[in-house]
Design a protein around this ligand. Structure first.
Ligand code: GLN
Length: 492
């Protein structure tokens, strides 16, 4: 195999297979992606490797066979800029590597680059990045989603075979949906958070963004497991299998009662309904399920996440990491550093979070939001007695225009309506592309009980095979051959 185009056309699993059979050279594979990442015009990358880390022989070949990996900026990578999309960490090069990135490197997936993201993972459009927004490869006038927007754009554009993101309230699934790829948010605790720059510690989980469900299972298999350095991580109860299901016979899908389509774009609702029909053809039954407290998910999330963030971000004071604005006295140095280092959305969250945690208000806001969280987890538990998966659209709309929601934080937060309940309940969820609306990808979300990723991946796989979504458009748009074509050139 020789041409870069042919290499890029392979999924990660196919590339690994080709390397294993001796048909593809690992260096050639790395270089094909490295060149494409270095030429990226979507602002998807904040840093691209010069070559495989520490020479090719640094890591044993491993089961991932040298398939390179793009990693969201907030994963600490030794000696490599890790800025979480923030000015306050500009130039920060950690002395250690996040456990999940290290594990994947040891399994044979070397670091290709660091991807753009909303500052400290706060956002749904990548427009909160201090380094400018990443662009959606399907249409460069639109956002790729967020906060893992760079990872989603890179995978969709074919400048990375696969990528890591993090999901606190939807940041893997929503950008995957907006870019026409697969995003998996694992069960809380399945993957070590050690070395992930924290946003909201009780919600943050690392997960893969991939071209298809098989790639998702393949990489996830090497991400899971207990880590002595993260007390919330646990051993995954079973081996992660590659999905094989062709049918959904006997599978019960639950559609939340209050999903009436209100607030959901008609084209998104159409794709969702069409996917339910596909599921029925595969043998699944579809029922309504009650999630009476899911509607309060957004309100609870936007108290809890800022509360935890305000505490996690207290460490950026100009003393220990990154930016420091010199001043005559300590307090002025702190305030100047934080004033200049943090963007508007981060400041908004720190203010809301600090307020919610302040004495006298703690119980009215934080305590109440925690109780709502428990209720949401109970709702899911009850639902899973009746159905195997709860399904929803991933995002109420397709990728929106750059700047369309930046002046209205509440409109931006509404994007997360379908994705925040799952992290609040600690359960896994996956988004797969299920069709196009206005020529742009739509995501279908499935969620299931904690640690049931094998079943989740199997069901997603069966649907994926039946849907047959064509994800080549994103890659063609970003490819060197179509650089001159306008963003609308290949839209259907
Ligand atoms: N969009 C949500 C927020 O802004 C979720 C972010 C995330 O999952 N990291 O908080």
């Amino acid at each position: 195999m020789s041409s870069a185009e042919e290499i890029i056309a392979l999924t990660a699993a196919q590339a690994a297979g080709a390397v294993e059979r001796g048909e593809l050279d690992r260096r050639e594979l790395f270089e094909a992606y490295r060149e494409r990442a270095a030429a990226d015009e979507l602002n998807a990358y904040l840093w691209v490797a010069d070559g495989p880390p520490e020479g090719d022989g640094a890591h044993p070949p491993g089961p991932l066979q040298g398939v390179p990996l793009a990693v969201k900026d907030l994963f600490c990578t030794e000696g490599v800029p890790s800025q979480a999309g923030s000015r306050i960490l500009e130039g920060y090069r950690p002395p250690y590597t996040a456990t999940v990135v290290r594990r994947l490197a040891e399994a044979g997936a070397p670091l290709l680059g660091k991807t753009n993201q909303d500052e400290f993972a706060m956002g749904s459009s990548n427009e909160n990045s201090a380094y400018g927004p990443a662009l959606n490869p399907w249409d460069r006038t639109r956002v790729p989603g967020g906060s893992s927007g760079g990872s989603a754009a890179a995978v969709a554009a074919g400048s990375a075979p696969w990528a890591l993101g993090t999901d606190t309230g939807g940041s893997i699934r929503q950008p995957a949906a907006l870019c026409g790829i697969v995003g998996l948010k694992p069960t809380y605790g399945a993957v070590s958070r050690y070395g992930m720059i924290a946003f909201a510690s009780s919600l943050d989980q690392a997960g893969p963004l991939t071209r298809d469900v098989t790639d998702s299972a393949l990489i996830f298999r090497h991400m899971v497991g207990h880590d002595d350095r993260d007390a919330t991580s646990v051993a995954f109860p079973e081996e992660v299998r590659l999905p094989t299901a062709q049918r959904l016979d006997g599978i019960r899908l639950g559609v939340p009662d209050d999903l009436t389509g209100e607030g959901v774009e008609p084209g998104v609702m159409e794709c969702f309904e069409a996917t339910l029909a596909v599921a029925r053809d595969l043998g699944a039954t579809v029922a309504r399920v009650a999630l009476p407290h899911a509607d309060y998910g957004l309100s609870a999330y936007y108290v809890l996440a800022p509360a935890e963030a305000s505490s996690n971000l207290a460490r950026y004071d100009g003393v220990r990491y990154g930016l420091r604005r010199e001043a005559g006295d300590l307090l002025t140095m702190y305030t100047k550093t934080r004033h200049d280092g943090f963007g508007a959305e981060v400041k908004r969250r720190v203010l809301i979070g600090t307020y919610a945690l302040s004495s006298g208000y703690y119980d009215a806001y934080y305590g109440r939001a925690q109780r709502v969280r428990t209720k949401i987890a109970e709702d899911f538990r009850a639902a899973f007695e009746r159905v195997d998966f709860v399904v929803t659209p991933t995002s109420p709309g397709v990728a929106f225009g750059l700047g369309a929601k930046t002046d209205d934080p509440l409109a931006m937060y509404l994007n997360d309506y379908f994705t925040v309940p799952m992290p609040l309940a600690g359960i896994p969820a996956i988004s797969i592309p299920c069709g196009l609306s206005e020529g742009l990808p739509v995501g279908f979300q499935l969620t299931s009980p904690a640690f049931s990723e094998n079943r989740l991946l199997d069901a997603a796989y069966a649907l994926e095979q039946a849907i047959g979504f064509d994800n080549r458009i994103g890659r063609q748009q970003a490819g060197p051959s179509s650089r001159t074509a306008g963003p609308d050139a290949t839209r259907r």
